[in-house]
Write a protein that binds this ligand. Structure first.
Ligand SMILES: *Cc1c(COP(=O)(O)O)cnc(C)c1O
Length: 344
C-alpha cells in the first residue's frame, strides 16, 4: 500500500487534466510581458484579491521577499507574527537580501492584536530601527493553520496606518481561509498593501506564487523579481496550471478541512497527546511528557508504518491534508498515528 503522505500540501502532483491545460497553454516571452497565459493569471489573481496588479513569481519565498524589499529600506524593522514563514523558513532572506530585521509579536498560534503591535512600534528616534512594515500570515502554518480573525486584522491595520507602517499579508494559504470562512478574497485582502499567494500549496499546481498590490508597488516588484533572477520566459505553461487550479481546485479545499478535522478528532481521543484547534487543513499535536517519544522519533516510527508527517519542534508533530489524500486515506493515517502512540 502506498504511504499516506501528510507531510505538506506541497506534495500534490498535477492531475492529467491539469497537465492537459498546461500542454495547451498559449505562451510567449514573459520577460517581454508577452505571455498571454501569464498575463491572464496575473489579471485573474489581481481581480480575485481586489488589487490593481499581481506578478507571477516562481515561489512563495520570492513573493514574500519581493514584498518586504519593495516596502522597506535596509536597516528597517519588520514586525511579524511569531513563527512566521517570512522569518523562519526563508533561509534568512529578509536580513540578507532586504536588509531588514524582524521582531516577532503575539502568541505561538501566530495571532497578535493591535495592542501587541502598538507596543512594539519604535518611537521616531535615531537609536531605533524604523518600524516600516508589519506582516500577518493567514492561515498561519506554525500556528497549525490558524485563521487570523478579520476584525483583529482591521484593528491592526488601523494602528499600522496611524504609524505609517505598510502591511503585508503572507497568504500562501489564504485560499483555505477564504473557503473555511466564506469571506470573499478581496475582503480578506482589503487592509493590506501587498499580498503573496501560493498556487502550489492546497490549490495543487506544481509551481508558482503571486505578489499583488497597487500598480506602482507591483512595477517595483517587477524590477526586484528580475534582480532575484525570477524572470521566466514561456512561463504560461506554469500559469496555465494555476488558472486550472483556481477554476477547479479552489472550492474543494473544504474537503481537506473536513479531513483534517476528522483526523484531529480521531487522534484527540488518545491519551498522551494534545491536539491543537483545527481551522483549516493543518493539524498539530504535542506529545505529553509521559510519552517516551520525541517528535522526530514519532515521525520516524510513523514512516515505518506508512504514514508521512513532519516534526514541528521537539515534541510537536504536524499533519497536512490535501488534494492527493482521500478521506479514507486520512482516516487510515489517523489509525497509524494512534498505533505509533500505543506501541511507544
Ligand atoms: C509555503 C509557504 C510559503 C512559500 O513557500 P515556497 O515553498 O517558497 O513556495 C510562504 N509562506 C507560507 C506561510 C508558506 O506556508
Amino acid at each position: 500500500m502506498p504511504a499516506v503522505d501528510l507531510r505538506s500540501d506541497t506534495v500534490t502532483k498535477p492531475s492529467p487534466a491539469m497537465r492537459e491545460a498546461m500542454a495547451r497553454a498559449d505562451v510567449g516571452d514573459d520577460v517581454y510581458g508577452e505571455d498571454p497565459t501569464v498575463n491572464r493569471l496575473q489579471s485573474r489573481v489581481a481581480e480575485l484579491l481586489g488589487k490593481a496588479a499581481a506578478l507571477f513569481v516562481p515561489s512563495g519565498v520570492m513573493a514574500n521577499q519581493i514584498a518586504l524589499a519593495v516596502q522597506t529600506r535596509p536597516g528597517d524593522e519588520v514586525l511579524i507574527s511569531r513563527g512566521a514563514h517570512c522569518m523562519w523558513y526563508e533561509s534568512g532572506a529578509g536580513p540578507a537580501l532586504a536588509g531588514v530585521q524582524f521582531r516577532e509579536l503575539g502568541g505561538d498560534d501566530g495571532l497578535y492584536t493591535a495592542r501587541d503591535l502598538a507596543a512594539m512600534i519604535n518611537p521616531d528616534n535615531s537609536h531605533y530601527p524604523v518600524s516600516a512594515l508589519c506582516a500577518v500570515e493567514n492561515s498561519h502554518n506554525r500556528g497549525g493553520g490558524r485563521i487570523f480573525p478579520q476584525r483583529s486584522i482591521d484593528e491592526i491595520a488601523e494602528v499600522a496606518r496611524k504609524h505609517g507602517l505598510k502591511l503585508h499579508l503572507d497568504g500562501a494559504r489564504l485560499w483555505n481561509v477564504h473557503v473555511a470562512t466564506a469571506t470573499p478574497l478581496a475582503a480578506l485582502c482589503a487592509p493590506f498593501d501587498t499580498i503573496s499567494v501560493c498556487l502550489s500549496k492546497g490549490l495543487g499546481a506544481p509551481v508558482g506564487s503571486l505578489v499583488a498590490g497597487d500598480a506602482e508597488t507591483i512595477a517595483r516588484a517587477h524590477r526586484r523579481r528580475k534582480m532575484l533572477g525570477g524572470g521566466m520566459r514561456q512561463a504560461g505553461i506554469l500559469a496555465a496550471a494555476g488558472l486550472y487550479a483556481l477554476e477547479h481546485q479552489l472550492q474543494r479545499l473544504a474537503e481537506d478541512h473536513a479531513n483534517a478535522r476528522g483526523f484531529a478528532e480521531r487522534i484527540a481521543r488518545s491519551p498522551g497527546i494534545t491536539v491543537g484547534p483545527v481551522d483549516t487543513n493543518i493539524v498539530i499535536w504535542d506529545l505529553a511528557p509521559e510519552v517516551p517519544l520525541d517528535a522526530a522519533t514519532f515521525v520516524k516510527r510513523a514512516r515505518d508504518r506508512g504514514l508521512l508527517l513532519n516534526a514541528m519542534g521537539e515534541r510537536r508533530v504536524r499533519a497536512v491534508t490535501h488534494l492527493d489524500v482521500s478521506a479514507a486515506e486520512v482516516a487510515r493515517g489517523a489509525e497509524l498515528a494512534l498505533e505509533v502512540l500505543k506501541s511507544a
